[in-house]
Design a protein. Structure first.
Length: 184
């Protein structure tokens, strides 16, 4: 790696050296973190950091290998109380001149197995990769420790409410079996 770490976020592919990796270290300030948090629907975003290198891969392809670190605050899906989550994960993106051929199936096209492949354009935007990686790493259903759903049963007066157990496909079989085995 080079000794110099760049803080720019966009790199023109034509200006990159295929012999020297470009190290980067993005640590957005609080104002930028606030903008990113707002765009991702977060209550807060602290300590966002994206460090790594952009390297040539073969004759014309490029690879971004980085480490994403962030502390995010999201509302609990049950109580809406703030839930703080620490995210630390590696990120890899491979930019290729030509994507592999897609295989047609009866249902359309199959998704390629490698979801880190992207078509190489004129510019590689490290900040976009950081924001996308953060969005993909967010917990889908953040919950506080006391954020358990309690079962609610509603029905008209005089009608027994249906429970989750009643909706299971084989829930009534044991009662039916007992009824059939019991002589009347």
């Amino acid at each position: 790696m080079q000794d110099i770490q760049h803080t720019t976020t966009s790199y023109y592919v034509a200006k990159l050296s295929s012999h020297k990796p470009v190290a980067f270290n993005l640590t957005p300030d609080s104002k930028k973190c606030e903008i990113i948090a707002q765009s991702l629907g977060l209550s807060g975003l602290k300590k966002l950091r994206f460090t790594g290198a952009l390297k040539a891969h073969g004759k014309s392809d490029w690879t971004v290998e980085a480490q994403l670190g962030a502390t995010v605050v999201q509302p609990c899906i049950v109580t809406l109380k703030p839930v703080t989550t620490r995210i630390d994960q590696p990120v890899t993106r491979q930019f290729v001149r030509k994507l592999p051929e897609q295989q047609a199936t009866n249902d359309g096209f199959e998704m390629p197995e490698d979801d880190n492949l992207e078509l190489l354009g004129e510019v590689i935007d490290i900040e976009s990769i950081m924001v996308e990686s953060l969005a993909l790493a967010l917990p889908d259903y953040p919950r506080t420790e006391d954020g358990a759903l309690e079962q609610q049963n509603y029905a008209e007066q005089g009608v027994t409410p249906m429970t989750d157990e009643d909706t299971r496909p084989f829930a009534g079989l044991s009662a039916l079996k007992a009824k059939l085995e019991k002589p009347e």
